[in-house]
Design a protein around this ligand. Structure first.
Ligand SMILES: Nc1nc2c(ncn2[C@@H]2O[C@H](COP(=O)(O)OP(=O)(O)OP(=O)(O)O)[C@@H](O)[C@H]2O)c(=O)[nH]1
Ligand SMILES: [Mg+2]
Length: 459
């Protein structure tokens, strides 16, 4: 694409942002929270759905004219693999789309009749562009590093690695670090040490409930694969006091990682968001136990500090956009019976309490709800000893067998140490339900989500 076409594209984007005809919706969530499933479901529902499938999405009730994928974006931008993701769900047996390893983007053009006022009289239709971005959840974990010094990062990392669910895994690497020469900065030594740290991060990733694995690019390198920018690891805090050429080198690499990896990523994908969904797999953390739930809370609170919230203003929209509405969603609500959705919502509220207070203080409206982007269970009742008992039907993700079961209660209050010692949560992972051709994907509250995040923009 020549510079003139590129410049024209950029000026069109600016004009759209000025006149509120473009909306960037950010889906924020750790790896496995359900971002790709949610984005796939949003594109599917907006392009295929109808009023009965999305009853609470008000524009769809009377004024909706449809939505189309706009492939007129800069061709060098990686396109969100929407069709490929649907094809996994269509396989027999149905599968979930794989974990994301690079960023991608998709723009939808939403077309509808204006609701009221002069525009409703004189304009046949109105269009708004919805820009959606997908990325590996691991990269999100780098954002808090922007606010830290190398020393603070090392201290945080090693205090985390001392937690009960991580300590045993981290022990041999800790001993390895204790034995190194802090003045050795030879290329091969640094490469090998970083590879060992990378291996430790991979072990952590496979550990249920170990969320805060930094730097995220050591797990999913993307375009930085093989570059010296990824030669970074947290030395032991006491080694920083001792000092040495390796300490200086790591400090230098930390700053390069901040300025050349994290900052550009943040600027490009997160600093221009208009609306945000924060997606949290709280059931997965309950399964993994108390330390996991606490680490989930710590990771999310650290990450969410990087976002700016506040009321909309057209000038700010162009020069320094802020998130003007945010939805906090507990994902995979289809893993519990509907009577537990309220408890799930309350638990998410307690998990994010500190951040919710901050969002409120910044005058940004928010809501908290439980959703399932792509429903993998059918809720119903079975009779047990003459009593109606709520249950779910679905297919186990592990064994593929058909299940009819009661998944258990979600605690309404923050679960304490006693509850975790007495009780093991076991919310089953499910495979997607078989998806008959021509039918729409089933969901839980996706219409509420769309109404909350987009409804006021489609008038
Ligand atoms: N039952 C159910 N499971 C879901 C749903 N959404 C996601 N999942 C499960 O969660 C897993 C992870 O979902 P993804 O959408 O890949 O998560 P992600 O946030 O994109 O993860 P990364 O790409 O690794 O950052 C899926 O493989 C499913 O097992 C849902 O709506 N219902
Ligand atoms: Mg993904």
């Amino acid at each position: 694409m020549d510079w003139l076409t590129k410049a024209r594209w950029h000026s069109e984007q600016l004009a759209k942002r000025t006149f509120h005809r473009q909306l960037r919706l950010g889906v924020t969530g750790l790896s496995g929270a359900g971002k790709t499933a949610l984005l796939t479901a949003i594109v599917h529902q907006l392009t295929q759905s109808n009023a009965t499938q999305l009853p609470f999405f008000s524009v769809m009730q009377q004024r909706w004219l449809g939505a189309r994928i706009d492939d007129n974006q800069l061709p060098q931008l990686p396109r969100f693999a929407f069709e490929k993701n649907l094809s996994y769900l269509q396989q027999q047996p149905a599968r979930w789309p794989p974990s994301t390893v690079r960023w991608s983007q998709l723009t939808l053009t939403l077309r509808y009749r204006p609701g009221s006022g002069l525009r409703a009289r004189f304009q046949e239709h109105q269009e708004t562009e919805l820009v959606l971005v997908d990325y590996p959840g691991e990269w999100l974990l780098d954002l808090p590093m922007l606010q830290q010094s190398y020393q603070e990062w090392c201290e945080q990392s090693w205090s985390l690695f001392a937690q009960p669910h991580r300590a045993a895994t981290a022990e041999s690497f800790r001993q390895r670090l204790q034995a190194i020469d802090l003045n050795d900065t030879s290329v091969l030594f640094v490469q090998e040490l970083c590879a060992e740290y990378s291996h430790l991060l991979q072990q952590f990733r496979d550990l249920a409930g170990a969320y805060l694995n930094q730097p995220g690019r050591l797990l999913v390198p993307g375009e930085f694969a093989g570059t010296p920018l990824l030669q970074l690891l947290p030395l032991l805090p006491e080694q920083l006091v001792q000092g040495g050429a390796l300490v200086d080198l790591m400090q230098k690499h930390f700053i390069s990682y901040q300025t050349q990896v994290i900052e550009p990523f943040y600027r490009q994908y997160f600093s221009g968001l208009d609306r945000q969904v924060v997606l949290v797999d709280i059931l997965g953390a309950l399964n993994a136990g108390e330390s996991a739930l606490l680490e989930l809370k710590q990771s999310l609170l650290l990450i969410l500090q990087s976002f700016d919230y506040g009321p909309e203003h057209w000038l700010r929209r162009i020069f320094k956009p802020r998130i003007s509405k945010v939805l906090f969603a507990a994902s995979k609500a289809d893993h519990v019976t509907p009577d537990q959705h309220q408890a799930l919502t309350l638990l998410l509220q307690q998990l994010l309490l500190q951040h919710l207070q901050s969002v409120k203080f910044q005058l940004c409206p928010y809501e908290v709800m439980a959703i399932a982007a792509i429903k993998a269970s059918e809720a119903g009742f079975v009779k047990q000893n003459g009593v109606q008992q709520a249950c779910l039907r679905g297919f186990s993700a592990e064994t593929a067998e058909a299940l009819t079961y009661y998944p258990g209660d979600v605690p309404r209050y923050w679960p304490d140490h006693q509850l975790f010692s007495a009780h093991q949560f076991e919310f089953q992972q499910l495979s997607p339900l078989p998806w008959p051709k021509q039918q729409l994907l089933q969901h839980i509250r996706l219409d509420h989500l769309l109404e909350y995040l987009l409804g006021d923009k489609l008038t």
